[in-house]
Design a protein around this ligand. Structure first.
Ligand code: GLN
Length: 487
């Protein structure tokens, strides 16, 4: 077991901080040292906020010194995906169109972490506006996978995933619209949770596809994931889609006991195109849960083949509308041209990257009068059917277990010429967003090249507790989550 504080869990660090064996300032400095030593190679961070972080750490130390121990996050250094608004710290969504933009307030999830005493270290790289599966669509930098620097960390929350895996923060926040927390978690060998749509406030999250976006934790183990979710979950009057339902005690769900729990294995998710090592590792993972007393049954998601098509219509449609606000007038740089329209056009032409432009054009097309019924409306109907499939599969079990992604992390540049191939990387995560369900990815092994594999646990609406309970029981039975990359 490691004793490097950069790789300890929130729960372990909390004990050390509480016993005053280490101060929050010392811990924060240790993480900055680690970032300085490793981030030239990994490029997980877009912005580091050293001064603010040390100030927050000093405040945490004062709270600890005053005897406050109620919040486990007090003094814990975290990283935030650059899609989350942070008061006084640049927020660009990795887009040139928001170059230098500094928001005047915190998003709710960020605010809740800060109130709990967490120490934000900086903002992490991502695919521009969260559009992508490799973090190669960033307008600023290419993030590399800490397990093998020739491979992508996944995306779009690739910076957060790489930072957690490389010990550059203790935990991070990501967002997941079609898999962007779970797929990079799987590629980087960490734990990632996409909560139920409505569980975590989207206030202060730059919108990509508003009916799908959700903020969630990325951590090195399930216990930390539960603690992070506890801090950010719950109703927020500032987000009309956040739901006013009770937030259970997630740590209490981590009993290790899964006897009699029913898990459904979707036959279609194992049908085609899985990398053999992924299939093997996930099947082995399911056997572990069975050994722990869970009851395994087959379930069917018969229409999952339509998920990618429906998602890339709906997400692009919403994005084309959401991104209309970037016109060079209100946020970020302006490219002056002859008149107002020309200035809009030039600012957008210069500010947006290739993939974002592709999505805006696709989205505008599927919403246009002549094509709305054929594409957008049809996709919405498919969404309803996919949701029904998920709900009917979940009606016979407590959770669904499957691979998170068909493959392990691909090589840099391997998919950039073929967007469709890249979109297919999301085939096992997307239906969960379309249905609004919670899902966790936990490390479950490595392929022959030493790259991590993730197992996905999908739960019923607002039943993150069950998902975490299964993930924790699995984690206790294995040691995959304790492995660390060499960087
Ligand atoms: N890869 C998907 C996309 O490009 C999902 C991204 C996400 O979840 N933000 O849209």
């Amino acid at each position: 077991m490691t004793t490097d504080p950069c790789f300890l869990g929130i729960h372990e660090l909390h004990d050390r901080l509480r016993r005053r064996e280490m101060s929050a300032v010392e811990l924060t400095e240790a993480l900055f040292q680690r970032i300085d030593a490793t981030d030239d190679a990994i490029r997980a961070y877009l912005a580091i906020c050293r001064e603010q972080a040390l100030e927050a750490a000093r405040r945490a130390d004062a709270r600890l010194a005053a005897g406050e121990v109620s919040s486990k996050l007090l003094g814990i250094p975290v990283a935030l995906k650059d899609v989350l608004l942070t008061d006084g710290v640049t927020t660009t969504c990795a887009s040139r169109i928001l170059d230098g933009f500094t928001p005047p307030y915190d998003g709710t999830a960020v605010r809740r972490l800060k109130d709990a005493g967490a120490v934000p270290l900086g903002k992490t790289n991502m695919d521009e506006f969260a559009m992508g599966s490799s973090t190669e669509n960033s307008g600023y930098a290419i993030t590399r996978n800490p397990w093998n620097l020739d491979h992508v960390p996944g995306g779009s929350s690739g910076g957060s995933a790489a930072a957690v895996a490389a010990g550059q923060c203790i935990a991070a926040l990501g967002t997941d619209t079609g898999g962007s927390i779970r797929q990079p978690a799987s590629f980087c060998g960490i734990v990632g949770l996409k909560p139920t749509y409505g569980r975590v406030s989207r206030y202060g999250v730059v919108a990509y596809a508003s009916s799908l976006d959700q903020v969630g934790p990325m951590t090195r183990d399930v216990t930390d994931c539960a603690l992070m979710l506890q801090a950010i979950a719950g109703h927020d009057p500032a987000d009309s889609t956040s739901v006013d339902v009770p937030v259970p005690d997630y740590a209490a769900a981590l009993t290790g006991d899964v006897k009699g729990m029913r898990i459904g294995v979707p036959i279609e998710f194992f049908a085609t195109g899985l990398q053999p090592e992924v299939e093997q590792a996930v099947r082995q993972g399911i056997r572990e849960l069975e050994k722990a007393g869970a009851v395994v049954t087959d379930v069917s998601l018969p229409r999952n083949d339509y998920a990618v098509a429906a998602y890339y219509i709906i997400a692009a449609a919403e994005a084309s509308s959401n991104l209309a606000r970037y016109d060079g007038m209100r946020y970020g740089p302006r490219a002056e041209a002859g008149d107002l329209t020309a200035t809009y056009m030039k600012s957008r032409a210069q500010g947006f990257g290739k993939e974002v432009k592709r999505r805006i054009m696709l989205g505008t097309y599927v919403l246009s009068a002549g094509y709305y019924d054929a594409y957008y409306l049809k996709a919405q109907k498919v969404r309803t059917l996919l949701k029904q499939d998920m709900e009917s599969a979940l009606s016979g079990c407590d959770a669904i277990v499957a691979p998170t992604c068909p493959t392990t992390a691909f090589k840099l540049d391997e998919m950039t010429q073929d967007p469709l191939q890249m979109y297919l990387s999301d085939i096992l995560t997307i239906s969960v967003n379309l249905a609004g369900l919670p899902a966790l990815s936990v490390p479950c092994g490595f392929d022959d090249a030493g790259l991590p594999i993730g197992m996905q646990i999908i739960g019923k609406h607002f039943d993150e507790a069950t998902v975490l309970r299964l993930g924790y029981a699995y984690e206790q039975a294995t040691e995959w989550y304790t492995r660390r990359p060499a960087v």
